[in-house]
Design a protein around this ligand. Structure first.
Ligand code: HEM
Length: 440
C-alpha cells in the first residue's frame, strides 16, 4: 500500500495527469494482484475494483453498503448540499427533479433551444473566417452555455466560464486555504459564483411568488424554476438550490465536451464510419423544409450517430470512475473491506477488457447493435447514482454532430494529439481542426 500516509498517491496523480491512470496505475496492479486490489490514496486505505460484477455490486449497493465519497476539496468547492453529498430521501428527491426535467416533454422543449444556441455558436466562432479552430475549447463554451441557459434558464455573463473553470482546477487539489494555492483560488472563485447565483435565485423566487399571487404562474420548463418551486414549497433550502446548480454545471460541461471531441476524433480516424454517419444526417436534413429546425423526433432517428458516440465514450470514457466509502464491513470476493475504507470503481476495468468487449481498443460502433451486458458499459455510472443528465448529454452530442457534419468539411490538425487530465480528460491542444463551409 506504499508509504505511511501518502501511500501510492504520487504514482496515482502522476498517471492521472498523463491520462494513463488505467494503463500505468491500475493495469500493472491487476496483473500483479488481480481485479481487486488495495492501495492507499490521499490518506485513505482504498480498494480498487474492476469488472462488471464489481460495478454491479458497488453501484447498486449505494446507500446500503457504500456511499459516494469525494475528496474534502471537492466537497468544499461543490458545496455540502449538492446531490453528490445527499443520501436516501433527499438524494431521491433531487435526482428526481433533474431526471423529470429531462422527460420526453422536457426534451421536446430543449431541442429547439439547443439548436438555436448551436446556431449562435457557429455564427460567432465557426463562421468568423478562421480556417483553424479548437474544437474542444469551443465545445466547452457551447456546452457551458447549453447547461446554464437552455437547461437551467440562467443568462451567461462574459467571464462566467473562466470562474467555473477556476473552481474545477481546485476540486482534487490539497484543501490548503493559503493565499496563492490552487485551492484558495478555487475557493475565491466559488464565492464569486455563490454571490452571482444567490442574486439570481432570489430574483427568480420573487418573480415566481408574485406570479403565484397574481394567478399568472405558468409551467416554464427550466430546471431553475423547478428548483425554485421546490424552495418555495419548503422542500429544499436556498443553499441546496445553489450547490446543485454549481454541481450540475460541473457534471455537465467538461464531460459532454470531451465526449463530443472524442466522437469527432474517432470519425476523423475512421472515414468509412464517417460516411455512414453522414448519410444518416443527410437523410434527416433532406426531410426538412428550408430553415426548419430539428425536433426531438429527428434526434430519435440518429441511432447510428449514437452508436458512434457510445463507442467513442467506451474507448475514451469522460469519467475514469468514482470513489465510494464502505458504511459497514463488506465481504467481497472473499475479502473484508472494513467500514470507512474507500472503494474506487472504474469505467476502464470493463470498457478496455476483452472479456466484455472483443478487441477492446479497436473502434467498432456496430458492437452497440446488440444489447450490451448490464454493468459492462458504464460511462454514465449505474445504480441510484446513474448520471441524472444522461438525456441532456445525448441531445447535446447528437445535435452538435448534426450541425457540424451537414455544414462543414473538417479535418484534424494533429490526429495523434495527446490526451491530458486535470482532473478530467481533455485533448492537450484543445483539438485544433481545419474547417471550411460545405459547398452544397
Ligand atoms: C457525456 C457526458 C456525461 C458523462 C460521461 C457523465 C457521467 C456521469 C457519471 C459516471 C456519473 C456517476 C458518478 C458516480 O457514480 O459517482 C454521473 C452522475 C451525475 N451526472 Fe453525469 N455525465 C455526463 C453529463 C451530465 C450532464 C449533461 C448532466 C446535467 C445536466 C449530468 C449530471 C449528473 C448528476 C447530477 C450526477 C449525480 C447523480 C447522483 O448522484 O444521483 N451529467 N455522471
Amino acid at each position: 500500500m506504499g508509504l505511511p500516509w501518502i501511500g501510492e498517491t504520487l504514482d496515482f496523480y502522476k498517471a492521472q495527469r498523463k491520462n494513463q491512470l488505467y494503463e500505468d496505475f491500475v493495469e500493472p496492479r491487476i496483473r500483479k494482484y488481480g481485479k481487486t486490489f488495495k492501495t492507499r490514496l490521499m490518506g485513505c486505505p482504498t480498494v480498487v475494483v474492476n469488472g462488471a460484477e464489481a460495478n454491479k455490486f458497488f453501484l447498486s449497493n449505494e446507500f446500503k453498503l457504500v456511499i459516494s465519497s469525494w475528496p474534502a476539496s471537492s466537497v468544499q468547492l461543490m458545496g455540502t448540499n449538492s446531490i453528490m453529498e445527499k443520501q436516501g430521501e433527499k438524494h431521491h428527491f433531487l435526482h428526481g427533479i433533474v431526471v423529470k426535467s429531462l422527460n420526453s416533454s422536457g426534451l421536446e422543449y430543449l431541442v429547439p433551444k439547443i439548436c438555436r444556441m448551436v446556431e449562435i455558436h457557429f455564427a460567432k466562432y465557426w463562421d468568423s473566417g478562421k480556417e483553424t479552430i479548437r474544437l474542444y475549447n469551443l465545445t466547452k463554451v457551447l456546452t457551458f452555455s447549453i447547461v446554464l441557459k437552455c437547461f437551467l434558464g440562467i443568462e451567461v455573463k462574459p467571464g462566467t466560464l473562466e470562474i467555473f473553470d477556476r473552481v474545477l482546477e481546485g476540486v482534487f487539489a490539497a484543501p490548503i486555504n493559503i493565499p496563492g494555492s490552487t485551492f484558495s483560488r478555487a475557493k475565491k472563485a466559488r464565492n464569486d459564483i455563490e454571490n452571482m447565483l444567490v442574486d439570481i435565485i432570489r430574483k427568480k423566487r420573487f418573480e415566481m411568488e408574485l406570479e403565484e399571487r397574481r394567478g399568472t404562474a405558468e409551467e416554464e420548463g427550466s430546471l431553475l424554476s423547478g428548483l425554485v418551486a421546490a424552495l418555495i414549497h419548503g422542500e429544499i433550502s436556498e443553499s441546496e438550490v445553489l450547490d446543485n446548480i454549481v454541481l450540475l454545471v460541473f457534471a455537465a460541461h467538461d464531460t459532454t465536451s470531451f465526449a463530443i471531441a472524442m466522437t469527432f476524433r474517432m470519425l476523423a480516424l475512421h472515414p468509412t464510419w464517417y460516411s455512414h454517419l453522414l448519410k444518416e444526417h443527410d437523410d434527416i436534413l433532406s426531410s426538412k423544409n428550408g430553415d426548419e429546425t430539428l425536433t426531438f423526433e429527428d434526434t430519435k432517428k440518429m441511432t447510428y450517430t449514437w452508436q458512434v458516440a457510445r463507442e467513442s465514450m467506451r474507448i475514451f470514457p469522460p469519467i475514469f470512475g468514482s470513489f465510494r466509502k464502505a458504511i459497514d464491513d463488506i465481504e467481497y470476493e472473499g475479502f473484508i473491506i472494513p467500514r470507512g475504507w474507500k472503494v474506487l470503481w472504474t469505467t476502464y476495468g470493463t470498457h478496455h477488457n476483452a472479456e466484455y468487449f472483443k478487441d477492446p481498443l479497436s473502434f467498432n460502433p456496430s458492437r452497440f447493435e446488440e444489447p450490451i451486458q448490464p454493468y459492462t458499459y458504464v460511462p454514465f455510472g449505474g445504480g441510484p447514482r446513474l448520471c441524472a443528465g444522461y438525456q441532456l448529454a445525448k441531445l447535446n452530442i447528437l445535435i452538435f454532430v448534426h450541425y457540424v457534419v451537414t455544414r462543414y468539411d473538417w479535418s484534424l490538425v494533429n490526429p495523434d494529439e495527446p490526451i491530458a487530465n486535470d482532473p478530467l480528460p481533455f485533448p492537450s491542444q484543445g483539438m485544433p481542426i481545419k474547417i471550411s463551409p460545405k459547398l452544397s
